[in-house]
Design a protein around this ligand. Structure first.
Ligand SMILES: CC(C)(COP(=O)(O)OP(=O)(O)OC[C@H]1O[C@@H](n2cnc3c(N)ncnc32)[C@H](O)[C@@H]1OP(=O)(O)O)[C@@H](O)C(=O)NCCC(=O)NCCS
Length: 169
């Protein structure tokens, strides 16, 4: 039995050996049609212009998040591919910290704006994005499936983050 089942959460970048545990979180968080396929997820985490942040607690993956970016005509835009926290690790700030780290990686890559799709019924995620300054920019009907719309949220990264990242112990 763990004496301290909720030890400190450590944040670091993804390494290839994380993949199985990362995908187990995907399976715990999403079902079809929202779940990414294993091959698609593999391509995401290995893609160029990508940052995948990992949260670890008690020696286990507690969550992860993926952002990728590309230079467009006038600016560099980033897209949050996913942000996931294991069900038993939620409500302790892990999702918020992963989101902050994605934004810091994107800023470092020169990103001006970050955007994402979120299931219109996913209240916890929408609350999190709104609390972190994301504003609703639109909606795509039938995005996840027929009659399963996605909301589009975006945030400008033009203003520097006043809270620098502190190194993990
Ligand atoms: C959305 C998701 C990532 C949020 O993760 P999380 O780790 O629970 O997020 P946080 O802990 O940072 O914030 C969630 C809530 O916990 C609260 N919280 C944060 N730290 C806390 C603490 N120490 N003690 C108590 N509550 C806390 C936050 O204020 C927030 O409350 P609110 O929802 O009332 O605003 C998580 O629910 C999830 O993985 N969902 C399934 C996957 C998913 O839908 N991802 C989004 C894809 S677009």
């Amino acid at each position: 039995m763990l004496l301290n089942p909720e030890g400190p959460v450590l944040y670091r970048l993804y390494q290839p050996e994380d993949f199985s545990a990362l995908y187990a979180i995907e399976e715990a968080c999403f079902e079809h049609p929202l779940r990414f396929g294993r091959g698609y997820m593999h391509r995401l985490v290995r893609g160029p212009g990508t940052a995948t942040w990992i949260a670890e607690q008690d020696g286990q993956l507690a969550g992860f998040a993926i952002v990728d970016w590309a230079r467009e005509a006038r600016q560099t835009g980033a897209y949050i591919q996913t942000l996931e926290v294991a069900p038993n690790r939620r409500h302790q700030g892990v999702g918020g910290e992963l989101l902050r780290r994605l934004e810091t990686s994107a800023r470092t890559a020169g990103v001006h704006i970050v955007w994402l799709h979120v299931d219109a019924e996913n209240t916890p995620a929408i609350r999190l994005y709104q609390a972190h300054g994301y504003r609703r920019e639109g909606q795509e009907n039938h995005y996840y499936a027929r009659s399963r719309p996605a909301l589009i949220y975006a945030k400008s990264l033009e203003t520097p983050d006043p809270r620098p990242l502190t190194p993990d112990p």
